[in-house]
Design a protein around this ligand. Structure first.
Ligand SMILES: *Cc1c(COP(=O)(O)O)cnc(C)c1O
Length: 862
């Protein structure tokens, strides 16, 4: 009979095994081999049956077996060793503590907000790259000892599970998860009896409540808000039902809960555990942007003396970091302004959610060119003094994309930086590689990204054997998954004998797995099906191709791309060499990154902000074959893989795809295949293995999440904490001063003008290095010379009169009178050719981090 309802009962462990409880809920097991081995040792068969999930394992193993283990001295010795290792991991000073002790870093705490977190497949609270990145961020923060707290939502059904219909169409399932059966603990009050609830006001006097689950990611707590509780009315109970499901109204409720409720959860959590309040709030993408509104409200309504709105905004900006993740306009989160108005008030003072803030002010934070639209990325940029893209190229693209928010500035002056994403090696590198690294350099150095050059000492044969072993594992996994998929699509066992022989452990294996938005071009490889078929079936030098990816449920275009691949892979003549594996998730991804020789990525440049799957492949000695986009644009060095030439400037999309697909086939035939199949007398592909070694050596240290988190810490968290301390000191005098300054400058700016610029000093035929003297007369209106900087800008004049290759030289104030303030400079001519100059005035204040920050600028013409 079918169960009406399901719930999970946690096992009662014998006293002597109680450490297993902690080991099962601290997600450090997900990147620690010895802990996984310990759970496997309880019952190897069951460990596979429960999909390597320690909490389920403990729930399902019979009590008799546990009693037996409680008397097994060998098991107990292992248990004690693993438990001691976890205790050591959780307490020993790490990189961050070393920096603090040395006086080089100071940050009291960081709260990291994200709509999704992919820590392990056991906690399916992610859809793709953004979530996995957030998970890797927490893991690396834990490894480095950062005082970081993660904040997000717990979804009843996570993202969907994908399967295929008989004709290759994507089908979605939403199995409900029972939090009791997940590696989570409930955040309760002091007595431990009642869950702590977070309250958020909703329109029409309703209240959304959420309990808070804690996932322990090594040293880092991850707070996950869950609205599925009896205290909510049925509609509000469903707020955290699915990730990226539902309409705009549903979505804004989720984002309000994550942002506003998230801050409230952090406050309750830090108070209950006596840990420091975060000094820095990091928005991983704009979805959690309402956290800034809540923090403004906190500062305005602070019983110990509230700030006005402008000062509160200054304080929040100083301590907020915003990371943007997409250059695709459709990927940016936007709401109808009226929807925001409905949730954030309706009255001029704003609703309860906004006590003291004011609806129009919130709307102004998300303003864009269309007045009916509220833009979460714009809000992120306005709430964060520091913001960044996720690769160097994406930083550049973001500065261009968001340049209208800083009009008058050149793109390269838009204050958006970049931190290139990274991946967590202990999660994504195969055990074989981690063991090799440990042998060569020791575990700490792996986390700190040093010592990779010692790979030089490793015998090429060992590298090749490892690659072969990992490819063979992938082949077994492909066969298993293809068979399961066909059974699911309605085939019978008797028809599926062929699946036992598909794929070959010795054939060059290419992987392509990712979400299926159009720009990623899942079907580029199918552009000329007959050429792909030739490559697959070549008698001497074949390739095999494994493809995976989910399409957003509402995206029929994406689903039809999947169907094209599935239909091709279904063909009896090629199905031995190409497979589409349904339900791409972390548990599958791992095998792909381990086993693929080549990782293929062919997005439309520059729409891939960073991409991380190729980094995971590289950590396993997989060679990237990719368009020069995202991370690959900065890390491809000519020897560590291949760059697929792009048809830049070709506007006809079909023609561009034709050209780029042809370039891809060419590269495979001319370079990739020969390198893989050229063998020496002992069967070793010498040139290939050298590329593998070079990839591990050159990319290994750069693609690490620990490198990324150190970059954030040194370049963003610590500077933000320092600014915030200045701003908050002396009863927030700095915040008030910034607010006062900003108000004054914004009001007076219209009165700033450059009245006259004179130049002198150059001979009739100037040469490089000759000194140019400039003298500018500037009218400052109600401002004083202390409020501004005046700069000379010299550069090359382009045909359309733009200055490029500019040099910026500060000018010196030399007094003033009723006609204006006079500024002078003497500067060498920096280049030859068509040289030009201009003068500009910008606001300047020591409490701001850049003169571009306020977006105000005056030039002679504007
Ligand atoms: C790494 C990863 C992604 C993101 O890969 P991209 O290269 O950014 O597309 C998506 N899904 C899973 C399961 C991953 O492991």
């Amino acid at each position: 009979m079918k169960a009406m309802r399901r719930f999970t009962v946690r096992a009662h462990l014998p006293q002597r095994l109680s450490a297993l409880g902690e080991l099962s809920v601290n997600l450090r097991w997900s990147w620690d081999g010895p802990t996984q081995d310990l759970f496997a040792a309880i019952d190897a068969v069951r460990w596979r049956e429960v999909s390597h999930d320690p909490v389920r394992m403990l729930g399902e193993v019979p009590p008799a077996r546990l009693d037996e283990l409680a008397g097994d001295s060998e098991f107990l010795a292992r248990l004690d060793a693993v438990a001691a290792d976890l205790a050591d991991y959780l307490t020993r000073p790490r990189w961050f503590q070393g920096q603090v002790a040395a006086g080089t870093l100071r940050v009291a705490g960081i709260a990291y907000f994200s709509m999704e977190f992919g820590v392990t497949e056991v906690l399916p609270n992610y859809s793709g790259g953004l979530g996995i990145l957030a998970g890797d961020h927490l893991k690396a923060a834990s490894d480095l000892g950062l005082p970081l707290i993660g904040v997000g939502l717990l979804y009843r059904s996570g993202y969907f599970r994908q399967s295929l219909t008989a004709d290759g169409w994507q089908a979605e399932q939403y199995p409900a998860l029972d939090p009791q059966g997940l590696p989570l603990r409930l955040f309760t009050d002091q007595g431990g009896a009642a869950p702590v609830l977070v309250h958020v006001a909703m329109p029409d006097r309703r209240v959304l409540r959420a309990r808070v689950w804690i996932a322990q990611v090594g040293r880092v707590p991850l707070l996950l808000l869950d609205s599925d509780i009896a205290e909510n009315d049925p509609e509000l109970r469903g707020v955290t039902d699915r990730l990226y499901g539902g309409d705009q109204d549903h979505r804004i409720k989720q984002e309000i809960l994550a942002g506003v409720g998230g801050v409230r959860a952090v406050r309750a959590f830090t108070a209950a555990h006596g840990i420091a309040e975060p000094e820095v709030f990091h928005m991983n993408e704009g979805h959690a942007g309402f956290l800034g509104v809540e923090r403004i409200r906190e500062l305005i309504t602070d019983p110990a003396g509230g700030l006005d709105y402008d000062a509160a905004l200054a304080a929040v900006r100083a301590s907020t970091i915003f990371t943007t993740h997409t250059p695709v306009p459709a990927g940016i989160d936007r709401f109808p302004a009226d929807l925001v108005r409905r949730y954030f008030g309706g009255t001029p003072e704003g609703g309860e959610l906004l006590t003291g803030v004011g609806t129009e002010r919130v709307l102004a934070l998300g303003r864009e060119s269309d007045p009916h639209v509220f833009n979460m990325a714009h809000m992120g940029l306005r709430l964060a003094q520091r913001s960044n893209g996720v690769s160097r190229l994406h930083g550049r693209v973001s500065r261009e994309m968001f340049a209208p928010l800083w009009s008058g500035f050149d793109n390269d002056e838009v204050p958006i930086g970049s931190v290139t994403n990274g991946v967590h090696a202990p999660t994504w590198a195969a055990r074989e590689w981690l063991e090799l690294a440990r042998e060569l350099i020791g575990p700490e150095l792996v986390a700190e990204a040093r010592g990779w050059e010692r790979l030089q000492e490793v015998d090429p044969r060992r590298l090749w054997e490892t690659r072969n072993m990992l490819r063979a594992k992938l082949v077994v996994e492909v066969r298993r998954r293809v068979r399961a998929s066909w059974l699911q699509r309605g085939a019978s066992d008797a028809e599926l004998a062929w699946t036992e022989n598909i794929f070959d452990p010795d054939v060059l294996t290419i992987g392509f797995a990712r979400r299926v938005p159009t720009y990623k071009r899942l079907t580029l490889m199918l552009r000329r099906p007959e050429r792909l078929q030739q490559l697959l079936l070549d008698a001497d030098r074949p390739v095999q191709l494994v493809v995976a990816g989910k399409s957003h449920p509402a995206d029929d275009g994406g689903k039809s791309l999947i169907q094209q691949v599935v239909r091709f892979a279904d063909r009896p003549d090629v199905r031995c060499r190409i497979a589409f594996l349904p339900d791409y998730d972390m548990s599958m991804a791992r095998y792909l990154y381990w086993g693929c020789d080549v990782w293929l990525n062919n997005p439309i440049r520059p729409l891939e902000a960073c991409g991380t799957s190729g980094m995971k492949a590289a950590l396993n000695g997989g060679l990237n074959l990719s368009i020069l986009d995202g991370w690959w644009d900065e890390m491809f060095d000519g020897e560590n893989g291949w760059a697929i030439p792009t048809a830049d400037g070709v506007v006809d999309e079909a023609r561009r795809d034709d050209l780029e697909a042809a370039a891809l086939y060419e590269l495979l035939e001319r370079s990739v295949l020969p390198k893989f199949y050229d063998r020496d007398a002992t069967g070793l592909p010498v040139r290939w293995v050298e590329m593998v070694r070079h990839t591990l050596q050159s990319l290994g240290p750069k693609v690490l999440a620990s490198r990324m988190v150190r970059d954030y810490t040194v370049g963003f968290y610590a500077p933000a904490a320092a600014t915030a301390r200045r701003i908050f000191a002396d009863d927030r005098a700095g915040a008030k001063a910034v607010a006062e300054y900003r108000r004054r400058v914004e009001t007076a700016w219209a009165g700033v003008a450059i009245v006259q610029v004179d130049s002198s000093g150059l001979p009739d035929t100037p040469e490089i290095g000759n000194r140019l003297e400039l003298r500018a007369t500037v009218r400052l209106g109600d401002l004083s010379p202390d409020d501004v900087v005046v700069q000379a800008v010299l550069g090359r004049v382009s045909p359309d009169d733009e200055l490029t290759e500019t040099t910026i030289v500060p000018m010196t104030w030399s007094g003033g009178d009723a006609g204006g303030q006079v500024y002078v400079v003497q500067t060498p001519v920096p280049l030859s050719g068509a040289v030009g100059y201009t003068v500009r005035v910008l606001p300047h204040n020591d409490l701001l981090i850049s003169d571009a920050e306020l977006g105000l600028i005056t030039t002679p013409h504007g």
